[in-house]
Design a protein around this ligand. Structure first.
Ligand code: DX5
Ligand code: ZN
Length: 228
């Protein structure tokens, strides 16, 4: 795979100047914006919703926005995110009573659909819906918080998932989320991921006063990926 995409998670950005943070990280070469939605119900944290997605679009963000919904239920909020300008909408199977319907609903609203797998969630949820997903997101931490450590078992899951996608010959992005840094990104890519979410690994680096800090960290990640 040569089309690696880096997706900064804005969960670790400075929310008081979110538009500027997103502009800066995209100008530094990030590809897509990872947008973590937490509902204080499916996960024990509360973050941002469709209004913030819409505000980023109005601010002028044209890059893909990858909405990672850590919410339960899923379907009620899907049309709102589509209207707010989401490109991808992904959700956890545990958040939906009817996975097939939730995936279809996302596509019916003109967005790309995806399923997200917690560390203990089996890939068998994909068995009958592989043709209905545009993205598979493997969690390498338990969802809810930024800044956690990468769980090594995610590597085997990535390899299994890569094989599943390649065997089916489908165009599905394989995304990894949690504990991704410049130090481990090459190994993660070698295991089959092509889309890399990084929150603290990007926004937590360097000094606020350094205008080039995102150039530096994204440059390091690209350099490692170029050698895979
Ligand atoms: C965790 C979120 C992640 C989080 C990753 O529930 O889904 O997207 O922001 O943060 P880091 O990269 O710091 O592990
Ligand atoms: Zn996420």
């Amino acid at each position: 795979m040569s089309d690696y995409l880096i997706a900064p998670s804005i969960l670790s950005a400075d929310f008081a100047k979110l538009g500027e943070e997103v502009d800066n990280v995209l100008a530094s070469g990030a590809d897509i914006v990872h947008f973590d939605v937490m509902d204080n119900h499916y996960v024990p944290n509360l973050t941002i919703g469709p209004l913030v997605c819409e505000a980023l679009r109005k601010h002028g963000v044209t890059a893909d926005i990858d909405v990672h919904m850590m919410v339960k239920p899923v379907d009620r909020i899907t049309p709102d995110f589509a209207k707010a300008g989401a490109t991808y909408i992904t959700f956890h199977p545990e958040g939906s009573e009817h996975i097939d319907r939730s995936l279809q609903l996302i596509r019916d609203h003109g967005c790309k659909s995806g399923l997200v797998f917690n560390p203990a969630t089996p890939l068998s949820h994909l068995d009958y819906v592989l043709d209905k997903v545009d993205m598979i997101l493997i969690m390498s931490v338990n969802p809810g918080f930024g800044g956690q450590s990468f769980i090594p078992a995610a590597m085997d899951k990535l390899r299994a998932c890569r094989k599943m996608i390649d065997d089916a010959g489908l165009e599905i992005r394989l995304e990894i989320d949690g504990g991704v840094k410049a130090e481990n990104i090459a190994e993660i890519a070698a295991a089959g991921a092509d889309t890399f979410v990084a929150g603290s690994g990007i926004f937590g680096k360097g000094k606020d006063s350094d205008p080039n800090r995102y150039d530096t960290i994204l440059g390091q990640m690209r350099e490692k990926l170029a050698k895979v």
